[in-house]
Write a protein that binds this ligand. Structure first.
Ligand code: FAD
Length: 283
């Protein structure tokens, strides 16, 4: 069986109409970096494919101190923006230049672990996912959009049209640990954001990737950090809590045991970096 129809809508209304007309049998493809290998290997054999490349979803603009990212903005586009440094860091640590030139931010929300490295940073930034069908639109937090391993809250007939990143105060750290420096699947990805007032943490986000069915927040670790001065005791306790509350898995990259140990280590490193007045970047 081969693909019988390939649609390239030139606008969002056209894309949504095609989706309504053809239903779930129409495979949505953005950059194709996840979907094309599956088609090439015969794992996925869709009769109909819709490419989003020309659907007009590639705008990226600052909004009220935050950022609105169109669903088909490429990872390279995200890397080049300067408004939200943690998102540029996350894009830089995702895949390779060739994949980043094709792969999209919207597609990253659907990428199963150990992928989804950008989604981890978006989760720490309280990102909102914009969803549209032909007749309705809604916005939901990324924390509610990803519901399980390769499952989302997207309903039939809906597309992700963009991602909103609110203006968030505070300091951020993003660390991805893989077997290699570049173009490597994650053992664990950590994105942290803390806001401090008079040396006390008043708000904290600890987001983890590759250690659960989707990007997840370590809420017990966050609760430990709030009220602390990011002192070594609080950092140790939060790192321990994050390791306990994640849900790691075994694969060819790492064992669940190792992933959990690396959560403890990399959450601690991220927080220690924020406790000191130096920027934390990279590994
Ligand atoms: C060699 C290689 C290395 C990689 N390394 C990494 C890595 O280090 N980190 C990482 O996170 N990922 C990695 N990836 C995975 C992938 O490249 C990225 O996650 C990318 O962001 C996926 O985006 P895409 O547009 O190519 O998705 P696509 O392949 O186009 O789509 C993926 C899924 O998302 C759905 N989808 C996409 N956009 C929409 C939309 N707007 N609305 C509704 N559904 C949509 C599609 O239907 C499909 O199910 C790698 C891939 C390859 C091939």
């Amino acid at each position: 069986m081969t693909v019988a129809d390939y649609f390239l809508p030139r606008s969002l209304p056209e894309a949504l109409e095609l989706l309504r007309e053809h239903g779930p049998s129409l495979l949505v493809m953005a950059g194709g970096t996840v979907t094309m290998p599956l088609i090439n290997e015969g794992i996925s054999l869709p009769r109909q494919v819709m490419g989003l490349r020309f659907a007009g979803l590639d705008g990226l603009e600052p909004v009220d101190g935050g950022l609105r990212i169109g669903a088909t903005v490429t990872l390279t586009g995200l890397l080049r923006q300067r408004h939200v440094p943690m998102l540029a860091q996350a894009a830089r640590r995702t895949a390779s230049w060739s994949i980043r030139n094709m792969g999209t931010v919207g597609g990253n929300l659907f990428t199963p672990p150990p992928g989804g490295d950008v989604a981890v940073a978006l989760l720490a930034l309280d990102a909102q996912v914009e969803v549209r069908s032909r007749d309705a639109s809604r916005t939901l937090p990324l924390s509610e959009f990803q519901t399980g391993f390769m499952t989302t809250a997207l309903e039939p007939g809906e597309l992700v049209t963009g991602i909103g990143v609110p203006a968030v105060a505070g300091e951020t750290a993003y660390l991805k640990f893989g077997r290699k420096e570049a173009n490597t699947p994650s053992v664990v990805t950590v994105a942290v954001r803390v806001r401090r007032e008079e040396d006390r943490v008043v708000d904290a986000r600890v987001a983890l990737g590759a250690v659960g069915p989707h990007a997840l927040r370590a809420s017990r670790a966050e609760a430990i950090l709030v009220g602390s001065s990011l002192d070594p005791g609080a950092i140790d306790e939060a790192a321990e809590a994050a390791a306990a509350e994640c849900d790691p898995f075994d694969d060819g990259v790492a064992s669940a045991w190792y992933r959990r140990a690396m959560v403890r280590l990399f959450v601690r490193r991220a927080l220690e970096g924020l406790a000191q007045p130096v920027a934390v970047e990279g590994r």
